[in-house]
Design a binder for this molecule. Structure first.
Ligand code: NAD
Length: 346
């Protein structure tokens, strides 16, 4: 039994109520699906700024009618404190995912991103404290490593942040740590490294690289690589992120509280490698489904401002403190992700 399967068995023994903010988005919808599938109650909160009703509908149809009864949804904005207070009623554990993602979005419009990512964060953690909810797990980001050249990235050693988005996530971590010290909350920050998988949005100017390339290759549009393609990342499949959220939500190790953890696999692939992997995997799936194969070259363009050159995580802290054991590397994850895209947007 792998770690995620073990967690699933544990969850089934004890029903709790989880608040998943950003549940209409990529990561939040996957967390909601896993929790509902394992007998948990979930309150969702989202304002549909980048999330979709169809993600919620998909989750509810995947989990089936009985489990869907354990779900309630609040449409609202975390920048509004009363909405956050209402969402906290009767909740045991919070998985706070709602935020405006994307480094370029935060460079184009820092004020709008700050409203969700800092004001919204502070509202949510304060509402949790006031409601007496101790466990507050929140999404941070590998962008907090900024200009640190050190590889792999170790939690205690961050550099200077390179974008408004990274400044916002670093601020979240400061609040997370302070709320643990001042109010005794059990906060855990999860530094996600380039997450990918089912339901990640391929559309829009700020789409993440994997769904964007998959979407473009499936619809015959140009694929752009920013820079020389030798930029590298620790691409992390969604199942690993689900696992880490559950571990963070249920651990009773006090060493974990007030801390931030890398959530990754500990691998590193360049954008050029990623492009070839996606195209190969798409073609394997295309052959399996009797579809035509793709042979397209990427177009190289300028580097993007605010981007870190290389990223690769040391995941020792998550392993030793909460027992994290990633189940999918990039290759296993990509196989599952591409199957989902072919079935859903192909
Ligand atoms: P997403 O855009 O798919 O989901 C975010 C959700 O939050 C959306 O449904 C959106 O509508 C909602 N939201 C945004 N602002 C809100 C507000 N003010 N009030 C209520 N809801 C609001 O993005 P995702 O990839 O699922 O990201 C989830 C979290 O993980 C975010 O905090 C993001 O910064 C963080 N993160 C993601 C990655 C990644 O690779 N996907 C990497 C690092 C960090």
């Amino acid at each position: 039994m792998n770690k995620l399967e073990q967690l699933s068995e544990e969850l089934k023994k004890d029903q709790k109520t989880w608040l998943v903010t950003g549940n209409a988005g990529f990561i939040g919808s996957n967390l909601t699906e896993f929790l509902l599938s394992n007998g948990q109650k979930v309150v969702g909160l989202d304002n549909f700024s980048t999330g979709y009703q169809h993600n919620i509908d998909d989750v509810l149809s995947q989990v089936g009618e009985e489990s869907a009864k354990n779900f309630t949804f609040i449409e609202g904005d975390i920048a509004d404190i009363e909405t956050c207070q209402k969402a906290c009623e009767g909740v045991d554990i919070i998985l706070h995912q709602a935020a405006l993602g994307s480094v370029p979005r935060s460079i184009d419009d820092p004020i709008t991103s700050n409203r969700s990512n800092v004001t919204g964060f502070l509202n949510m953690i304060t509402a949790a404290k006031d409601a007496g909810i101790k466990r507050f797990v929140y999404a941070s980001s590998s962008s907090v490593y900024g200009d640190s050249k050190e590889l792999p990235k170790v939690e205690g050693r961050t550099g200077n942040v390179l974008s408004p988005y990274a400044a916002m996530k670093a601020t979240n971590e400061l609040y997370g740590s302070v709320f643990q010290k001042v109010y005794g909350m059990e906060t855990l920050g999860l530094r996600y490294f380039n997450v990918f998988g089912r339901r990640q949005d391929p559309n829009g100017a700020y789409a993440a690289v994997i769904p964007k390339w998959v979407g473009s290759l499936l619809t015959g549009e140009d694929v752009f690589i920013n820079g020389d393609g030798e930029t590298s990342r620790d691409f992390t499949y969604i199942d690993n992120v689900i696992q880490m959220n559950l571990l963070a939500g249920t651990t009773d190790n006090p060493e974990a509280f007030g801390e931030a953890f890398n959530v990754a696999v500990g691998g590193r692939n360049t954008l050029n490698e990623l492009y070839n992997l996606i195209q190969d995997q798409l073609n394997k799936s295309a052959i399996k489904h009797g579809l035509s194969t793709i042979d397209q070259s990427p177009i190289y363009r300028d580097f993007r401002p605010g981007d870190i050159r290389h990223s690769n995580a040391d995941i020792t802290k998550a392993k030793t403190i909460v027992g994290y054991q990633p189940t999918h590397d990039i290759y296993q994850g990509m196989e599952e992700a591409i199957e989902w895209y072919i079935e859903n947007i192909g």
